[in-house]
Design a protein around this ligand. Structure first.
Ligand SMILES: [Cu+2]
Length: 141
């Protein structure tokens, strides 16, 4: 009798483990480029098919999720890639444009990044989840 209970418990535990595993941080489409805290108990994830940003025109996805990994609608979003001035090179600002997708909280972005290197993605949002402003460092190849 206790043998059956043990087997049953192990089956239930493994189902829970699989369910949680598939849910954790897998909401963002493609491969994660950078993920970090977005304020208001949210996590923001920048992703695309390759998992890397490259110099030039490209598309990417910005996803906002709650602690359980579920996408959260944050209303209007903005993203500016900033590179501080270095020597004779002036400060660079490459802003992205966004459209919403069928999944609230998942935004499709377009950006033209003018050079490879270390950039700061300055992200803002304002809407049903509150107001937020944060920065994610990204490496552009
Ligand atoms: Cu630069």
């Amino acid at each position: 009798m206790s043998k059956y209970i043990l087997v049953f418990s192990l089956v239930v535990l493994s189902i829970i483990a699989v369910a949680c595993g598939s849910n954790s941080n897998n909401t963002a489409p493609g491969k994660t480029i950078k993920s970090g805290p977005a304020g208001n108990n949210l996590t923001a994830t920048i992703s695309n098919a390759d998992g890397v940003l490259k110099k030039g025109q490209q598309e990417f996805t910005l996803t906002f999720t709650d602690a359980s990994g579920k996408p959260v609608d944050v209303g209007a979003v903005g993203l500016n890639n900033n590179m501080p001035a270095m020597g004779s090179m002036p400060v660079m600002n490459n802003a992205a444009t966004f459209t919403t997708t069928n999944t609230p909280g998942v935004y499709r972005g377009k950006v033209d990044i003018e050079m490879a290197g270390e950039w700061q993605s300055q992200i803002t949002y304002e809407g049903p989840a509150g107001k937020g402003k944060f920065t994610l460092p990204v490496t552009v190849q």
